[in-house]
Design a protein around this ligand. Structure first.
Ligand code: DX5
Ligand code: ZN
Length: 244
C-alpha cells in the first residue's frame, strides 16, 4: 500500500502540436517530465485514429525519456514486437482487448519492453488479480479512452484507492498510473487516491505558458501535496464513492 515518494509526470503527446512534435517532446523533457506517453488508437477499439510505430521510431532519438506506448487497439499482440523494436520501453495493453492476457504480457517482456495493463472505467479490478505479478504498472483509465480533454470520472478515484489496497506494501509492486482528465482541479484527488504516475495531455500541452513550464508547475504542485497532510474531510469518502 506504499505510494512512491515521487509521483511521476507522463505528458501525453495526443494534445501536442504535431507539426512541431520533436520540439514539444524536448520541451517536456526540459521541464522535467519522467515518461513520454504515446496513445495508439485504431478506430476500432476506440473511435479515433492516431499514430503507429513510425512515430515511436522517429521520437526515439529525440528524447532520453522512457517511451510508454498505450495501445488502444484490437489484437495488440500483432504489434507488440514492432513497437518494442521501434523503441517503446513500456507497453500497455487493455484487458478488454486480450483474451490471452497472460500470454500477451509475456510477449511484451520477451520483446524487451516492460509490460503494463490498463482498465477501462467500466472494467473491474478483479480482472487484474491473476496477472499482478507480471506487470510493472497498472493504468487506471479515469475517462473512457479515445480523446484528450475529457472530464475525469469521479468514481474512478475510489477505484484507484481500492487498487492501492490490493497491491502489496512493497516498492517492487506495480506502479499505479492514471490517465484522463488530470489537471489542476483534479490533481490533489488523484495524488491522494494513491496514483504514482500521472498521464497529462491537455493540461501540459494546452497551457498558455508552454509545456516546459506546465511540467514545472505540476511538479511544484505535486511536491506541495506530498509534503502537506491531506485535509481532514469526513465527507470525502461518501462524496467520491457515489456513482454520478
Ligand atoms: C485518452 C488517452 C489519454 C489522453 C489524456 O484516451 O489515453 O492519454 O491523452 O488526455 P487528457 O490529459 O487531456 O485528459
Ligand atoms: Zn493514454
Amino acid at each position: 500500500m506504499t505510494q512512491r515518494e515521487r509521483v511521476l509526470i507522463a505528458p501525453s503527446i495526443l494534445s501536442a502540436d504535431f507539426s512541431r512534435l520533436a520540439e514539444e517532446v524536448r520541451a517536456v523533457e526540459e521541464g522535467g517530465a519522467d515518461i513520454l506517453h504515446i496513445d495508439v488508437m485504431d478506430g476500432h477499439f476506440v473511435p479515433n485514429l492516431t499514430v503507429g510505430p513510425l512515430v515511436v521510431r522517429a521520437l526515439r532519438p529525440v528524447t532520453a525519456l522512457p517511451i510508454h506506448v498505450h495501445l488502444m487497439i484490437e489484437k495488440p499482440e500483432r504489434y507488440i514486437d514492432v513497437f518494442a523494436e521501434a523503441g517503446a520501453d513500456l507497453i500497455t495493453v487493455h484487458v478488454e482487448t486480450c483474451p490471452h492476457l497472460h500470454r500477451t504480457l509475456e510477449q511484451i517482456r520477451e520483446a524487451g519492453a516492460r509490460p503494463a495493463v490498463v482498465l477501462n472505467p467500466a472494467t473491474p479490478l478483479i480482472t487484474l488479480q491473476e496477472v499482478l505479478d507480471q506487470v510493472d504498472l497498472v493504468l487506471v483509465m479515469t475517462v473512457d479512452p479515445g480523446f484528450g480533454g475529457q472530464t475525469l470520472i469521479p468514481g474512478m478515484l475510489g477505484k484507484v484507492r481500492r487498487l492501492r489496497e490490493m497491491l502489496p506494501d512493497d516498492v517492487a509492486a506495480p506502479r499505479i498510473e492514471v490517465d484522463g482528465g488530470v489537471n489542476k482541479e483534479t490533481l490533489a484527488d488523484v495524488v491522494r487516491a494513491g496514483a504514482d504516475v500521472l498521464v497529462m495531455g491537455s493540461a501540459i500541452f494546452e497551457e498558455a505558458g508552454g509545456p516546459a513550464e506546465a511540467v514545472r508547475d505540476y511538479r511544484r504542485r505535486i511536491e506541495a501535496l506530498l509534503t502537506s497532510p491531506a485535509p481532514c474531510d469526513p465527507t470525502q469518502k461518501r462524496r467520491w464513492s457515489r456513482r454520478d
